[in-house]
Ligand binder design. Sequence first.
Ligand SMILES: NC(=O)c1ccc[n+]([C@@H]2O[C@H](COP(=O)([O-])OP(=O)(O)OC[C@H]3O[C@@H](n4cnc5c(N)ncnc54)[C@H](OP(=O)(O)O)[C@@H]3O)[C@@H](O)[C@H]2O)c1
Length: 306
Amino acid sequence: MTEILPLVVVTGANSGLGLQTAKHLLLKGYAVLLACRNLSKAIEAQQWLHEQTGKQQTQIGELDLGSLQSIRDFASQCPSDVYGLVCNAGLQYDSGLRKTLDGFEETFGVNHLGHFLLTNLLLKKSPSLQRIAIVSSALHDSSIKSPVPGPNYTSPREMAFPAESTPSDGKIAGERYSTSKLCNLYFAYELVERLQAAGREGVLVNAFNPGLIPGTGLGRNSSGFTKFLWYYVMPFMSFLIPGMSTTDRSGEHLADLIDDVDTTGKYYDIGKVTPSSDESYLPERRMELWEESVKLVGLTEEEQWS
Ligand SMILES: NC(=O)c1ccc[n+]([C@@H]2O[C@H](COP(=O)([O-])OP(=O)(O)OC[C@H]3O[C@@H](n4cnc5c(N)ncnc54)[C@H](OP(=O)(O)O)[C@@H]3O)[C@@H](O)[C@H]2O)c1
């Protein structure tokens, strides 16, 4: 008889951190649903995971976090016995203004709104959902020294629909990424409050900073020299750059937020609970972001779980 293993959905599981997290989850005895926007990349990832782990317990689901319809289709086809959810997928640009299919600025739309809708739909669909890990970044904190500018939270509507006349320079594109990672924390902390208010305190939600991991697909949208540094120089400079990690190491710690965790509402800096920035704990911001996100993604009464 085939053993039924607890099922974990990993978004963006076809590359980088998500792929390694899926590997560690398989090795820890879970079944993994690879939630990916590109099915041929997902099939390649699935083959690689089977070879690396000797485990076959994977499924593939098509999920484009830049499309509200795709997220709803994914959730409706998803099994109703999901145990864990890893909100990992993400993208970053260093210039330009791009939009999702629904017209949201893409960084905010995919990194925050897409996961916001997905998580709510799965909480409704899967009473068995017990563990949620949300991937943020050290860049959520404006006091971090980095060439990427810190967050610039304005209002959810402005972040979703920035004025067309906004100059699309590198500073603004960098701010959009950092802001989306700050939004990941507001979302995680508000979700914990709402789960407790709804009597679902058994669902443990934690946020995660994987550290700096150069060489992943996150650099694909960068321009010439930055891209060269990301792929060919920085991966070999771990001795010079503090806070650097690897997809394998951080993937194992991220898998632990599903497999071996008893906290909720915490921010893990790779493997260690750490306070996130003061700005990330502003209650009025997290409430505002939640309420406006409900409107932006059109979450209906029927789709709400609380
Ligand atoms: N690398 C770092 O230094 C670093 C540092 C801090 C935080 N992070 C965070 O770590 C997470 C993983 O990033 P990574 O470094 O592993 O980069 P990555 O290799 O580019 O992985 C990102 C994944 O997200 C997927 N994705 C992008 N847009 C999507 C969409 N619209 N719908 C569904 N999936 C989508 C990508 O799919 P495709 O292959 O189809 O594009 C890919 O599988 C991100 O949330 C990132 O913000 C990374």
